[in-house]
Design a binder for this molecule. Structure first.
Ligand code: BGP
Length: 480
């Protein structure tokens, strides 16, 4: 295998999906704290007022807030060199617009980072991972409001100053491109909305909705660029990256219509990537906005700001590939607009995500060819239902197979010449699913005893994949 010495092996999490302690020690409520989860209806609902008791399992998460020492010790046992986590904005600034940070929030993350350092684990911190303070949604309309840039920068400045000697790797926004899709409106954009199913409130792509979405995204681009510049001023050693939901999209057939459509759909990787890596909007933007019938408000200084805050590395999540077709009949019979048409050569996960390790090699080569900067795969993995045996073991060979095949393709990509610097599989410890709000969709190497209703001891158990991943890291990817 060709993994370079010092390759960053680890795992990834997000505060709102695993911390719990959602209203402890001065924490304010985040937009995601207003999303219900649960077993009866797997769809998530958004509510303006929180009714106690209806938010399991997400409010309690897996209680990392109180068990972080035990969890980090388990990560260390696997040999993690990096641990991706996010800071909950509302622990630091409960409403988002305060001047003085909440000391207890600052202390918590300091202890977490120190605990990581104790084991030689490098924290990789996502500054914003679906944790926008609810107050910013309620009072300011979230990222639609340009003021949000200043609130975010004040938050970044606080983190950078406070943790400049503890944290080197940062990501400005999780899956920033999800704001180009309706799923991002609430969680990422923080648009004001009425109570109801989140999916419905994610509204169809009306012109008005598209205009809002891209306006909010523009504000996030400016915020990200300013944060990169600020971070480098505070500590020139910082490595600050973008994070994009990576998509590998094939044409369903060799019909040029399908090929063109797939090429267009691949822009999901480039639209935000170009702005954050190259410091300017891509060549296709003008026509795209024209076709949407929208105009975005930009200030005169914005293009310079974007140029002055280019990221140090490109990071992505990768779970599956999809196929695009211009043939509406094919789409109707074997797919849907989000997932595309079913690829007959691939198997799917229990949630219909098409498993495609080679797609990762394809995408890594494609991205590296375009950007020529280091790349990190900061999410990847198999969401599956695990069976806890009577003796406390969990035989998750399907997860091992999934990860093994993806690691093999990362090795191929490195041989192809891609500068891949790290791999943090998603949900290294079981946590709450972002899309369904469920506990039963598990990704972890570590099993957490908790069900969809919030019942369970919260005990941590090592799955078979735990021992396997430990060997992988120990051998720097040679022992798969
Ligand atoms: C990504 C998110 C994560 C995560 C992951 C898996 O989009 O960044 O927060 O949850 O997807 O998705 P899910 O939990 O829906 O299976």
């Amino acid at each position: 295998m060709s993994f370079p010495k010092g390759f960053l092996w680890g795992g990834a999490t997000a505060a709102n999906q695993f911390e719990g302690g959602w209203n402890e020690d001065g924490k304010g409520d985040s937009v995601c704290d207003h999303m219900t989860g649960g077993s009866v209806n797997t769809h998530r609902y958004f509510t303006n007022t929180i009714q106690e008791g209806t938010y399991y399992p997400s409010h309690e998460g897996i209680d990392f807030y109180h068990r972080y020492k035990e969890d980090i010790a388990l990560f260390a046992e696997m040999g993690f060199r990096v641990f991706r986590m996010s800071v909950n904005w509302t622990r630091i600034f409960p409403g988002g617009d305060e001047v003085t940070p909440n000391q207890k929030g600052l202390d918590f993350y300091k202890s977490v980072f120190e605990e990581c350092k104790k084991y030689g684990i490098e924290p990789l911190v996502t500054i914003s991972h679906y944790e926008l303070p609810y107050h910013l949604m309620d009072k300011y309309d979230g990222w639609l409001n340009r003021k949000c840039i200043d609130f975010y920068l004040h938050y970044c400045n606080t983190l950078f100053e406070e943790y400049k000697d503890l944290v080197k790797y940062w990501l400005t926004f999780n899956e920033i491109n999800c704001l180009t899709m309706s799923i991002g409106d609430i969680l990422s954009g923080g648009f004001k909305c009425e109570d109801g199913p989140a999916q419905v409130l994610g509204l169809p792509d009306t012109q008005e909705q598209l205009a809002k979405r891209y306006q909010a995204l523009h504000h996030q681009f400016i915020a990200s660029a300013k944060a990169v510049k600020l971070g480098h001023e505070i500590n020139p050693e910082f490595k600050i990256g973008c994070m994009v939901a990576g998509g590998c999209i094939y044409p369903y057939t060799c019909n040029p219509e399908d090929v063109l459509l797939a090429q267009k759909d691949m822009r999901m990787n480039y639209f935000c990537g170009d702005v954050q890596v190259r410091g300017e909007y891509p060549h296709f933007t003008e026509r795209m906005f024209e076709e949407f019938g929208i105009t975005i408000k930009m200030e005169a200084e914005d293009s310079d700001i974007l140029k002055s805050g280019k990221v140090d590395f490109y990071s992505l999540s990768y779970y599956m590939s999809t196929c695009s077709t211009a043939d509406e009949e094919a789409l109707k019979t074997s797919g849907n607009v989000v997932m595309g048409v079913k690829n007959p050569y691939l198997k799917s996960s229990d949630w219909g995500w098409q498993i495609d390790p080679k797609g990762l090699r394809y995408l890594l080569n494609d991205l590296y060819g375009r950007y020529q900067i280091p790349i990190m795969v900061v999410e990847n993995g198999l969401g599956a239902i695990d069976k806890l045996e009577a003796d406390g073991t969990i035989h998750d060979d399907y997860r091992i197979d999934y990860l093994r095949e993806h690691i093999k393709q990362m090795d191929e990509a490195i041989r192809d010449g891609v500068d891949l610097i790290g791999f943090t599989p998603w949900g290294c410890i079981d946590l709450v699913s972002a899309s369904t709000g469920e506990m039963k969709k598990r990704y972890g190497f570590i099993y957490v005893d908790k069900d969809n209703e919030g019942n369970g001891t919260l005990n941590r158990l090592r799955k078979d994949s735990f021992y396997w991943y430990k060997k992988v890291i120990e051998s720097n990817g040679n022992n798969l």
